[in-house]
Design a protein around this ligand. Structure first.
Ligand code: ATP
Ligand code: MG
Length: 564
């Protein structure tokens, strides 16, 4: 079976079916050309990642090409910072647009020329109503709109006015250019949509050359046609715009000689997440999160810092597939993709998140020895690493219970556990402070039971816990991230999404790690045995002073946590 970059078996979907049918019928002579068309007015999120994987993935699969096109027709809201971040995100996900990097603003001259052509054909006119008057005459879903008093302006007058709009003779809002379609159309998008408006603003690429800017619906279809896109994939909210997309291209058929097919798919909605740019901007601006790349955010920069890998996201995109109906994807599906990737690809290490001191009474005071722990339990070729052992070690507080509940097989008074990769120890005594809290447990060890020796199987014990030699353990900072929202549908619960922010979504702790973790490079991922998957923070971490983010727990622990 054919494999995608994420090595998932390819499951067919309606987009693949359309392309297969086009190829069979020879519609595009086997050519497949797609594009990812972000507006550079914010950072990309995981929903965009779905679209990137789909557009670039489909092109790759059919030996086609995918363009990266910045839809930069709204200069007030757009910035180079976003352009750079978007390029970086797409590359990080593992895709390459090669030489096919475009900007809608590259086409401003042609778009203008085509607009004059529409005027000449009698298919566009300059309307001098105010925005409010246009809105009032637009009608409703049940009532047709009314024609503008300027609708029958002669071609020459339209041309003259449009040229003067371009020349900067009028203030903003004085005139707009509208397509002349049908004010009675049941589709509101066809009621003489505005295709150009006056904006006396600087554009980050074209400078002050233009003071009229084309609207999205007019720009997008022409850009697609100029780039000879074959399949223009977009989200479902554009379904009602398709007749306009087709109308514009039909009028300009003699100029463009290319009519891409717009195909809509359902956008990604993910539980416990908000995804609209407006809300992401609000979270950042109101400092409810620590910037655009906060590891709790659904931005691509955020999930990357959280520890998500490109492979896990591509796997996710393939797994959720594409459909024609809006639905919600459980965030577990995303988390499981990361678990799956890191379970296979992350080296194992030991860290103690909540330390409890354990003293081995019968182990010589100044002795230390090496234990050997596999870097990956299923990959002997990854070899073993050395973990030092000595008289005083740390274990997790949770691995000890003074009064063990039924079914607790770890350490308790008078019971035995195996210290993973080392010896069997037995708890003989506990130390407490004045408040009655346990400060240390005392054990004896059985020197004949070291892992990897003949004595390892001398007797079976049920518990098997991780530990670190206290004198060798290194201090590390760990950020335990959790879901940003407590409500699975923060966006649509009928209340302000900010009221369901999870107050415990970030906890910083100081923990201990085995010496080898000290060398961690930023963005390296590990499984901390029994504690989850962690990544060395992209910005805060450096070899010698590591800071880790918890990407995901080993299993989905959310259900349990939210009930407690
Ligand atoms: P938002 O609505 O989240 O603010 P947008 O649609 O305005 O985003 P664009 O920059 O226009 O952002 O999006 C670029 C492409 O990504 C578009 O083709 C759009 O359809 C697609 N896209 C945006 N959000 C999602 C999503 N949640 N799932 C899938 N594709 C998406
Ligand atoms: Mg958009």
């Amino acid at each position: 079976m054919k494999k995608t970059p994420a090595e998932e078996p390819v499951v067919s979907n309606f987009i693949r079916s359309i392309i297969n049918e086009d190829n069979r019928a020879g519609k595009w002579k086997g050519r497949v050309e797609t594009r990812f068309p972000p507006e550079p007015n914010g950072y990309l999120h995981i929903g965009h990642a779905k679209s990137i994987c789909l557009n670039f993935g489909i092109a790759e699969e059919y030996q086609g090409i995918c363009h990266l096109r910045f839809d930069d027709t709204n200069p007030e809201k757009e910035a180079q910072e976003y352009v750079d971040a978007i390029c970086d995100n797409v590359r990080w996900l593992g895709f390459d647009w090669g030489k096919h990097l475009y900007y809608s603003s590259d086409y401003f001259d042609q778009l203008y020329m085509f607009a004059e052509h529409l005027i000449t054909l009698g298919r566009a006119y300059v309307d001098s109503q105010s925005a409010e008057e246009i809105r009032e005459r637009r009608g409703t879903l049940t009532q047709p709109g009314q024609d503008s008093p300027y609708r029958e302006r002669p071609v020459a007058e339209n041309l003259d006015l449009f040229r003067r709009m371009k020349a900067g003779e009028f203030p903003e809002g004085a005139h707009v250019l509208r397509a002349k379609i049908d004010m009675a159309s049941p589709n509101l998008n066809l009621r003489d949509p505005v295709i150009y408006r006056i904006r006396h603003v600087h554009h980050q690429r074209t400078g002050n050359k233009w003071c009229i800017y084309p609207m999205y619906d007019y720009t997008h279809c022409i850009s697609d046609a100029l780039e000879k896109i074959t399949h223009s994939l977009c989200t479902l909210e554009f379904e009602d715009h398709r007749p306009l997309y087709d109308w514009v291209l039909d009028q300009l058929n003699n100029q463009l000689h290319c009519h891409p097919q717009q195909i809509e798919f359902a956008r990604l909605n993910l539980t416990y997440t908000v995804m609209s740019k407006r809300k992401l901007i609000e979270l950042v601006d109101q400092k409810l999160v620590d910037g655009w790349d906060d590891p709790r955010l659904s931005t691509i920069a955020g999930v990357r810092r959280r520890g998500y890998t490109p492979r896990s996201i591509r796997m996710f995109a393939e797994r959720i597939g594409v459909s024609k109906a809006d639905s919600w994807i459980d965030i577990n599906v995303l988390e499981d993709c990361l678990r799956e990737d890191l379970n296979e690809n992350a080296p194992r290490r030991i860290a103690i998140l909540k330390p409890l001191k354990l003293i081995i009474d019968n182990y010589p005071d100044d002795q230390e020895e090496d234990c050997h722990a596999p870097n990956h339990p299923q990959k002997p070729e990854w070899d073993k690493r050395t973990v030092p052992f000595s008289k005083i070690i740390y274990i997790e507080q949770d691995d000890f219970m003074e009064n063990p509940v039924k079914g607790f097989f770890r350490l308790a008074p008078d019971t035995e556990v195996r210290l993973r990769y080392a010896y069997i120890v037995k708890c003989v005594r506990i130390e407490k402070d004045a408040q009655g809290d346990i400060t240390a447990v005392h054990c004896t060890y059985d020197p004949d039971t070291k892992s990897g020796t003949d004595g390892a199987n001398k007797r079976k014990v049920k518990g098997n816990i991780h530990w670190l030699s206290a004198q060798h353990a290194q201090h590390i900072e760990i950020r335990l991230y959790d879901r940003l929202f407590t409500d699975p549908y923060p966006d649509i619960s009928g209340k302000d999404y900010k009221t369901s922010l999870n107050p415990d979504s970030k906890t910083t702790i100081h923990a201990y790690a085995e010496p080898k973790l000290y060398e961690a490079e930023p963005e390296q991922c590990f499984q901390f045995e029994r504690n989850g998957y962690f990544v060395a923070d992209k910005l805060a971490s450096q070899p010698g002073r590591p800071v880790f983010n918890r990407a995901v727990t080993l299993r989905d622990t959310w259900a349990k946590q939210s009930n407690s």
